[in-house]
Design a protein around this ligand. Structure first.
Ligand SMILES: NC(=O)c1ccc[n+]([C@@H]2O[C@H](COP(=O)([O-])OP(=O)(O)OC[C@H]3O[C@@H](n4cnc5c(N)ncnc54)[C@H](OP(=O)(O)O)[C@@H]3O)[C@@H](O)[C@H]2O)c1
Length: 241
């Protein structure tokens, strides 16, 4: 069983996920770099190792049951335990997404990755997380999924995104469901919003750097035992549901 704190970050080959892996790596943690693309995964692992992080590649496609089961098996073999799971992998499904024209396939793709993928990975990793003294789960959500902000005049919640935004609303709701079931365990589970960050996801139009976007997930991954659970946070504090 590993003596280091062990984290798995999904979608860690690039963007915010890579920076979450890098930030947690600087804490001396062992980092599983979850990514579906072999070349991107191995490049990320090499870059993290060059920076001194104890990183290892975890082949992982969050929409594939077999891949996710194999990822859990690999971590069990490698470290025997998981302390932190960051469910970061996500897609928009492609834009534009107006409710009157959206393709059902686009809806399914966003929900399959951003919601069902999180459930699939979380449930596969839970047996390993339960072996940790201080397990943490961070679900990378977005303030664009906040119904309160979307119905607040003047609040910035991006373009109409009928697949993407509700997928994050549902992810928030699912996060609360997990917290309810896990309330009598030591597992803390929260949703995070990275802010509008320059990544592939938005054609690099975001105004924050991936490193800045990673900060809130790193904070929630390193919560003390009396830290919050069942919350939705960004760098400024609580995000309304
Ligand atoms: N950027 C923003 O402004 C912003 C704002 C709010 C929330 N977020 C959230 O932050 C998270 C990270 O996004 P990002 O901005 O860093 O975007 P990104 O650069 O496009 O990274 C997305 C990551 O998710 C991975 N991914 C997608 N589908 C996957 C699957 N089926 N299995 C495994 N990995 C998969 C991608 O892998 P591939 O390289 O193989 O595609 C990539 O590593 C997402 O959940 C996103 O919704 C981003």
């Amino acid at each position: 069983m590993s003596e280091q704190t062990v984290a798995l970050v999904t979608g860690a080959n690039k963007g915010i996920g890579y920076e979450i892996a890098a930030g947690l790596g600087t804490l001396g943690w062992t980092i599983g770099v979850g990514a579906r693309d072999e070349q991107g995964r191995e490049a990320a692992v090499a870059k993290l190792r060059a920076a001194g992080t104890d990183a290892f590649g975890v082949p992982l496609d969050v929409i594939d049951d077999t891949s996710v089961a194999a990822a859990a098996g690999l971590i069990e073999e490698r470290t025997g335990r998981l302390d932190v799971l960051v469910n970061n992998a996500g897609i928009t499904g492609g834009m534009p997404q107006t409710p009157t024209t959206v393709d059902p396939a686009t809806m399914r793709a966003a929900l399959e990755t951003n919601v069902i993928g999180v459930i699939r990975v979380t449930n596969a990793m839970l047996p390993l997380l339960r072996r940790s003294a201080s397990p943490r789960i961070v679900n990378m959500s977005s303030s664009v999924g906040s119904l309160t902000l979307q119905t607040t005049p003047g609040a910035e919640t991006g373009p109409i995104a009928t697949a993407y935004a509700p997928s994050k609303t549902l992810l928030n709701a699912i996060t609360v469901q997990y917290a309810k079931e896990l309330h009598d365990t030591n597992i803390l589970i929260n949703a995070a919003c990275p802010g509008f960050t320059a990544t592939d996801l938005n054609g690099f139009r975001g105004v924050r750097t991936p490193e800045q976007g990673a900060a809130i997930a790193i904070r929630l991954a390193t919560l003390p035992d009396d830290g919050p659970t069942s919350g939705f946070f960004d760098d400024a504090g609580t995000v309304p549901w």
